[in-house]
Design a protein around this ligand. Structure first.
Ligand code: FES
Length: 159
């Protein structure tokens, strides 16, 4: 009986410790995002460091959510999307740092091979056909690429 109580208290302690650590990391990331933001977006990259075909992963703090995302330069234009496949909630690159198909014509989800149109985020082939990646607003300012949080209802981020 005593052992059960001690174990319960131990796991409760671990749970609360995990929550506290998560909260501290969230506040740290939120402060960093505020430092690196201006004009409604976080500075993600300098324009010259992202040539056509390049990709950069990043995160944003949007309301109460940490959003993992990626920025691409597709044929000279920047686009940013939440890094979440529309088939399941897995990141497109899963384990490997790969977003484009070998020929660079499409974005690909490495889990089941869905293909997305880079300029619109529309899923053209695969189990999510007809759905779109969640886009993020992108702005180029003073030689830097800024990405902001999605506007409106972002409850989908909590899924
Ligand atoms: S999770 Fe992306 S295609 Fe299935």
């Amino acid at each position: 009986m005593a052992l059960t109580i001690y174990l319960s208290l131990f796991f409760l302690f671990l749970y609360l410790l995990g929550l506290s650590i998560r909260r501290v990391l969230f506040l740290r990331d939120k402060a960093r995002m505020e430092q690196e933001s201006r004009g409604g977006g976080r500075v993600i990259a300098r324009v010259e460091e992202m040539g056509p075909g390049s990709v950069k992963k990043f995160w944003l703090i949007c309301q109460k959510n940490r959003v993992d995302a990626f920025l691409i330069n597709y044929q000279g234009t920047f686009h940013a999307y939440v890094n979440r496949c529309r088939h399941m909630t897995t990141p497109l690159d899963f384990v490997r740092y790969q977003f484009f198909t070998e020929n660079g014509s499409h974005l690909v989800c490495l889990t089941h091979g869905a293909l997305y149109e880079p300029a619109s985020g529309l899923c053209l082939e695969g189990p999510c056909k007809g759905l779109s990646l969640y886009p993020l607003p992108v702005k180029v300012d003073q030689g830097e690429v800024l990405v902001g949080c999605p506007s409106g209802d972002i409850s989908f981020l909590a899924d």
